[in-house]
Design a protein around this ligand. Structure first.
Ligand SMILES: *Cc1c(COP(=O)(O)O)cnc(C)c1O
Length: 354
């Protein structure tokens, strides 16, 4: 993999750059005007994704944020409420999209690393009353970004969707990294998606495409989604060059996510045995992990800066917490090197503090 002057970038799996094979696929993609529905490569991608997710149709969109927000808009009316985990991407990292774009409030629940049980939802549906918002939608995230790449167990999803539908609620699955969940468990995408009314997946995370996400659902849902995509300025013209990257990514980079998961275990093991660092969560299931730094050693920003000076990039996400994410552009050797540097750096900060 290409290296940026030897720098090992573990901030995010979005930093991956298109590989030579992917660039070749993009260069030779057949294209047309997708706003006219005439881009054959986009159509091919949408059909392929719909099939993988076991849905009638899919829509290619510029980002995971747009994908989630379109689905929220479809499932709700202004004055409605959605229920999501307090650490969900939809609630934390989408610029207030539910409020701004759909006039929807978010009711957050305290999951365990983003994972919650049906028992936490029971009783939350607001009764019909002129004073109250209308509870309309439940949003799930799999794998969970702020939860450290946690996988939402399928049995819990089944219980939640069954309950939601029985009470007239919709369920949206933010599956930005559903690819990772399926590789880690062997459970196919369509099983995860089966009972969800809409699903969003990203091509620009671990799969390594430069741009793009897709949403999937019924034909009717996708027809409405096309219109809202246009409204939000997300109608794209010769988007086949991007869809080609996504198709290439699914074909060539999906199963290799298993390597990223193995690499995350190497980093996790190092964090576990390094004094002054604590792993979060304690069990790592996919490609994301967090390390909490003892305040006596410094802050997350101090640790990130010290690592940067040694050629390793990590993301400070809180006063005492850094994030590390493994991906296509970091080899096993680089991960091993980053792990060694992480341990050395923490030990150095500890001696400096002593
Ligand atoms: C990255 C991400 C998104 C959306 O991503 P974009 O950066 O808008 O493409 C949505 N949900 C989760 C869980 C994510 O990690």
């Amino acid at each position: 993999m290409p290296e940026r002057a030897g720098v090992i970038d573990l901030r995010s799996d979005t930093v991956t750059r298109p590989t030579p094979g992917m660039r070749a696929a993009m260069a030779t993609a057949e294209v047309g005007d997708d706003v006219f529905g005439e881009d054959p490569t986009v159509r091919q991608l949408e059909e392929h994704v719909a099939e993988l997710l076991g849905k009638e149709a899919a829509l290619f969109v510029p980002s995971g944020t747009m994908s989630n927000q379109i689905c929220i808009k479809i499932h709700t009316q202004p004055g409605d409420e959605l229920i999501c985990d307090v650490n969900s991407h939809i609630y934390n990292y989408e610029a207030g999209g539910p409020a701004v774009l759909s006039g929807v409030t978010c009711r957050t629940i305290e999951g365990d690393c983003g994972i919650f049980d049906l028992s936490q939802l029971e009783g939350l549906i607001r009764p019909e009353n002129d004073h109250l918002v209308r509870t309309r939608l439940v949003c799930l995230e799999n794998t969970h970004n702020r939860g450290g790449g946690r996988i939402f167990p399928l049995q819990k999803i089944r219980a939640i969707t069954e309950w939601a539908h029985r009470h007239g609620l919709f369920v949206h699955l933010d599956g930005a990294r559903l690819w990772n969940a399926s590789v880690a468990t062997g459970i196919p995408l369509h099983d995860w998606a089966r009972d969800c009314d809409s699903v969003s997946v990203c091509f620009s995370k671990g799969l390594g495409a430069p741009v793009g996400s897709a949403l999937a659902g019924s034909k009717e849902l996708v027809k409405r989604a096309r219109r809202i995509r246009k409204l939000l300025g997300g109608g794209m013209r010769q988007a086949g060059v991007l869809a080609a990257a996504a198709l290439y990514a699914i074909k060539h980079h999906w199963s290799r996510l298993a390597e990223d998961h193995e690499h995350a275990q190497i980093l996790a093991q190092t964090v576990r045995h390094t004094p002054g660092l604590r792993l979060f969560p304690s069990v790592i299931e996919t490609n994301i992990l967090y390390a909490d730094i003892d305040p006596r050693l410094g802050t997350a920003a101090d640790l990130a800066q010290a690592l940067r000076e040694r050629g390793v990039l990590v993301l400070p996400v809180a006063q005492q917490r850094i994030r590390l994410v493994t991906h296509l552009d970091v080899s096993r050797a680089q991960v091993e090197r980053a792990a060694a540097l992480l341990e050395q750096t923490a030990r150095y900060l500890a001696t400096r503090a002593a």
